[in-house]
Design a protein around this ligand. Sequence first.
Ligand code: GUN
Length: 281
Amino acid sequence: MTIKLDGKSVSENIFTKLKSHIALLASKPTLAVIIVGTNAASQVYVKNKIKACEKIGIISNHIHLDASVSQNDLLQMIESLNADHTINGILIQLPLPSHISEKKIIQAIHPKKDVDGFHYSNIGALSIGLPKFISCTPLGILTLLQHYSIEISQKHVVIVGRSNIVGKPLAMLLTNHDATVTLCHSKTPSLENFTTQADILISCVGKPNFITLSMVKEGAVVVDVGINRLDNGTLVGDVSYETVSKLASFITPVPGGVGPMTIASLMENTLKAYKIQTPCM
Ligand code: GUN
């Protein structure tokens, strides 16, 4: 029997706990959410993040900038949010328009307000096993696996996708939890030779039906980070769910798997940022 990893319900439990915790605070955590331009997927993600804030009592400061905003103006805005003591967390939805350097923008966020965990000081801290802010999708995946008591220590985790925001930090996080991690990517030859060895297979490539039945070991735990919209409007992951779900021991659905867990981790990180920045609570 295959068990569905229900990120929706696990995230709801986390929201409930965070809400009661936040209700007891003397003031409310505040998250600045910046979106540049009109990327349809980004608008949906940002809307969901703001909705989660409202649900649990985090104040969100939604900043929508025109796609033509200059890199300098965006950097200045980040500087003023860094200096603003009423703002605990700063999130800049990616991707950014091509005239803006994502690397420069991410590094401009003060590490103590970097609730996405993308700044190199937070990535570096994770890499030496002393994490501060852990990137939200990797942290959400860890929380989901732990919720279902899925053993990570001594397991072979194969990650397909080496992005700076998911694949790489996830590899470090699960290595810190004593998994043996293989990080594969678009230039890995004979990918299936690796994926079929996985006790836990995690795909974060962003291509529909990329992981097919023959690439998965029977009984594997399958985690699908992909959120791909087909031409007919339906949302699908990277994994051929219909077939792979018959072989896997546990599998995340899309939607309702990793996505809500990413948002739950963002809420946790924002509360953490508030606590770091707020003396004498
Ligand atoms: N774009 C896709 N995923 C993310 C994320 O987790 N954080 C931000 N800021 N942008 C994203």
